[in-house]
Ligand binder design. Sequence first.
Ligand SMILES: [Mg+2]
Length: 235
Amino acid sequence: MMRLGLPGREKMGDDRVKNEALQIIGMFQVLPRLVVFDLDYTLWPFYCECRSKREMPSLYPQAKGILNAFKDKGIDMAIASRSPTPDIANTFIDKLNIKPMFVAKVKSLWIGGSMARWNICSEGERTRCGSWHELVIENEIFSSWTHKTEHFQKIHLRTGVPFNSMLFFDDEDRNIQTVSKMGVTSILVDNGVNLGALREGLTKFTQNVKTTEKNKERWAKFTQNPNSSKSKSED
Ligand SMILES: [Mg+2]
């Protein structure tokens, strides 16, 4: 019988992707404590401002399996999105049943009928939101006017996870550039989050951890004997 499509390009089921993702994760000894995802063109193949809330969205074919694998491994996940239509993004996250997967818990509260809103984080601390466009919902942080670096500051404050223990996936190079400068291992995705991006992310994360450790060792040696490198350069 003739097969349509190229071999290996058929959609793998979520469970098969999850199992492959678990195998990949199992190959690495050092793992991130928190994995952060952008939404548009990272977890799903569209800009949500171009869609209607009434639609039924779908994720990139391998995204759900990968989210499930991280969940199974007990690795926390969060979202950092600058979508200008966070209400649509939130509705889609609900429809896709992926909301419980994400940490960085922040709640929003509407004050009366006005546009003023307060954010209440999980510790009960309250901060006034500057703009109607900044929507902080229970599990995800959205904002159209802040930079991704601010999202990461918030995620760090709320989770306590250091930047160098985070892994981030996004489809925009400018986000990758700015966030990686904070010390977060950041991976540019070309065709959404998939098994290739997962392998690349964990490989780069391991390399970054090793580099940090080497630098720490060098620094420790230098502080114990600062003259050793000085005398060399003076030779
Ligand atoms: Mg995007």
